[in-house]
Design a protein around this ligand. Structure first.
Ligand SMILES: [Zn+2]
Ligand SMILES: [Zn+2]
Length: 326
């Protein structure tokens, strides 16, 4: 449901129902399914009860059959590149504005066959997104360590941040905390309509910051979806991408269908200026991790060589690149 961008409210209904029944003894769930009393439980309505009842009866719920019937690539044309992607450098958990625990994001990334997922919750200034203070981020790093201890060698949840680029181009987290992370995505989320010269200076300063590894959704535009549309912010793209190329900062290809950022013309400009790229999902829920299909299709269309896409690299090469300027 998430990968098809169904309404959050409907998806949340299933998550809530799952949270209700998971702690219950199996016999109680089976008895209630047989009695038809599942809907007496908080958070369980007729449609979630029907799914649970089918599952108790050993039947694959009809709804799941229907959803699985739509499996397969979300976009055409990027399949070969998609198969070469080893991970994702941009994802959110319920520590900031994501909908799911970080453990669940990690599990889904493993199911997708990723070698790594970078957890990049928001930074403190982004209050609407419950951005993490230095203290909360420090606590999150401890949780990430604990989660990794339970995972095998074939997958790593990496430490990261989507750090706000402040008006003057500085980054919204302490250098000490930024230094403790594996990968840092820097993005503009405020004053998107700033004057072009000031925006250029702001973005170049962020790219020149040795902590920055990825320039997130560079234009900030929204092209579709329930948040409405938003024009791209104005800046000297040649100056910004030249700085990216010189510093070895990857230009993010943000896979979210409502962003499609950078726009094609800018994507081609960054390609011609010799930039590195990172194809990211910017997932705020586990099912959205699959959106890399869209980014892979766009990168393929723009003719970007896979080796210039850092998310095709194996983990150790990626980590070496991400720490190179510190
Ligand atoms: Zn963002
Ligand atoms: Zn994000």
């Amino acid at each position: 449901m998430e990968r098809q961008r169904e309404e959050t409210r409907r998806i949340e209904a299933f998550r809530k129902a799952a949270r209700t029944i998971l702690p219950l003894p199996e016999e109680e769930v089976r008895r209630r399914a047989a009695d038809g009393t599942l809907t007496e439980l908080p958070g369980i309505g007729p449609s979630t009860a029907a799914v649970i009842t089918d599952a108790c009866n050993g039947v694959v719920p009809e709804r799941l059959v229907r959803l699985e019937g739509t499996a397969g690539p979300l976009a055409q044309g990027g399949e070969e590149l998609r198969a070469r992607l080893r991970g994702d450098l941009h994802s959110h958990s319920d520590w900031s504005d994501g909908g799911s625990p970080l453990e669940e994001m990690a599990m889904t990334a493993m199911e997708l066959g990723h070698d790594y997922l970078v957890l990049t919750d928001h930074s403190p200034r982004l209050r609407v997104a419950n951005g993490l203070s230095a203290e909360r981020l420090a606590r999150q790093l401890g949780v990430v360590d604990a989660v990794n201890e339970h995972l095998g060698d074939s997958f790593t949840l990496l430490k990261g941040i989507e750090v706000d680029i402040l008006d003057d181009g500085s980054l919204d987290q302490t250098p000490e905390m930024l230094g403790r992370l594996d990968v840092r995505v820097a993005s503009v989320h405020s004053k998107l309509k700033m004057d072009a010269a000031l925006m250029t200076r702001r973005m170049v300063a962020a790219v020149r910051n040795p902590h920055t590894n990825v320039l997130g959704h560079c234009t900030g535009r929204l092209v579709t979806g329930n948040r409405g549309v938003r024009p791209q912010s104005q800046f000297d793209a040649k100056a910004v991408f030249t700085a990216c190329a010189e510093e070895g900062v990857a230009v993010e290809i943000n896979s979210r269908p409502e962003r499609r950022d950078p726009p094609t013309r800018l994507l081609e400009l960054a390609r011609d200026l010799g930039c590195l790229f990172s194809i990211d999902s910017d997932a705020h829920a586990p099912g959205q991790l699959d959106m890399l299909d869209y980014g892979a299709a766009r990168a393929t269309e723009a003719g970007i060589e896979p080796d210039r896409i850092v998310t095709t690299w194996e983990r150790d090469r990626l980590l070496e690149w991400a720490s190179a300027r510190l």
